[in-house]
Design a binder for this molecule. Sequence first.
Ligand SMILES: Nc1ncnc2c1ncn2[C@@H]1O[C@H](COP(=O)(O)OP(=O)(O)O)[C@@H](O)[C@H]1O
Ligand SMILES: [Mg+2]
Length: 171
Amino acid sequence: MATYLISEATGWDLVPPTVLRNGPFGPGMAQLWVDVDETVDLQALARSEHPDLRRMAVLDAVVNNADRKGGHLLPTPDGRVYGVDHGVCFSTEDKLRTLLWQWRGAPLTEEAVEVLTRLRSELADGLATVLHAHLTRREVRRTAERVDRLLASRTYPYPSEDWPAIPWPPF
Ligand SMILES: Nc1ncnc2c1ncn2[C@@H]1O[C@H](COP(=O)(O)OP(=O)(O)O)[C@@H](O)[C@H]1O
Ligand SMILES: [Mg+2]
């Protein structure tokens, strides 16, 4: 839910519409089902320079996604890519684990810098309030700190040597 809210704040439309609902086992998230293009080779897609993936690499760094595997990329017949399964995000420790390392160390796009700058000011304001319904104060604070770090380095992150940087299994 929180990753959807951040995706919406970026304007990048990377996470399918997601809502909170009460179900038989209590509250949880419900998400729009996205019909995928089954002919797309996920291994090739995950290594590609698709602009949605380039944006998703930034979103994942912001939400600290520890589980961006191939099956969590949904290519649509009209050429978009959505991301799903954000169940292991927002740790207060750095845990970025993803297949999308093709931009590591590269300069952030101008668009990403603009989006992150706007996101940072929203995280100091209304967006933080909205996120507090889903995350602890510390998790929200750390999210703002991750945005600060991205804006300070102006580069896509490198894989860490301190934890496995690729999800297992990757697909
Ligand atoms: N919104 C969605 N639209 C279409 N397919 C989805 C969506 N969410 C998940 N899936 C598919 O279902 C699989 C399992 O869902 P996921 O959220 O990854 O659950 P799990 O926590 O069991 O890994 C995903 O890998 C993806 O193929
Ligand atoms: Mg999954």
